[in-house]
Design a binder for this molecule. Structure first.
Ligand SMILES: [Zn+2]
Ligand SMILES: [Zn+2]
Length: 173
């Protein structure tokens, strides 16, 4: 993959696209606790624009997670489209507060590592919330009964699902 990237960067071509699959072994990040089903399929479209590199990225993978309401394991298929501007230099401090999330700074364009960006995009594209089914009734916040499989005698509060709130806190990084 890196050969392909550096070949493109050093060539006179303005545009290049390819597809590939990422294996877990290539992962430069600590992804402990994230159960992603490898390989992750990706498509990249690259354009050289002035001194930058414009990158369109499509990712497709499955992640094993838990239903936000009833906590049973679910496998979620993720299809994620994103765009980045790859730019040489360092992020300036005053820019941090503005919306420049799609600018990815590298020390040197020729050393740009596609995997690094792929993995960081995988991490940010993992859904914060998954449901086993749209109409999942969740757990009783008082006794924990899975309300998809029966009722309990607790008084049900109308507002909010405490388990859902707890689960969200738990899954925050
Ligand atoms: Zn559920
Ligand atoms: Zn109950």
């Amino acid at each position: 993959m890196n050969n392909r990237m550096s070949t493109f960067l050093e060539s006179d071509l303005f545009q290049e696209s390819w597809t590939g699959e990422l294996e877990e072994m290539e992962n430069p990040y600590d992804m402990q606790g994230l159960k992603i089903t490898y390989p992750v399929y990706y498509e990249v479209d690259l354009y050289k624009v002035e001194d930058d590199l414009e990158l369109d990225l499509y990712l497709e993978y499955e992640v094993e997670t838990n239903c936000s309401r009833c906590l049973i394991p679910v496998t979620e298929k993720v299809e994620d489209t994103s765009h980045f501007t790859i730019r040489e230099g360092v992020e300036l401090e005053e820019e941090e507060e503005t919306d420049i999330d799609d600018i990815y700074y590298v020390e040197e364009l020729k050393r740009f590592q596609l995997e690094d960006l792929l993995f960081s995009q995988i991490i940010s594209s993992i859904p914060q919330k998954s449901l086993c089914k749209e109409e999942c009734k969740g757990l009783c916040p008082q006794c924990g009964q899975d309300l998809n499989h029966g009722t309990c005698d607790c008084e049900q509060e109308e507002s909010g699902n405490q388990f859902e709130i707890l689960k969200e806190l738990f899954t925050e990084k």
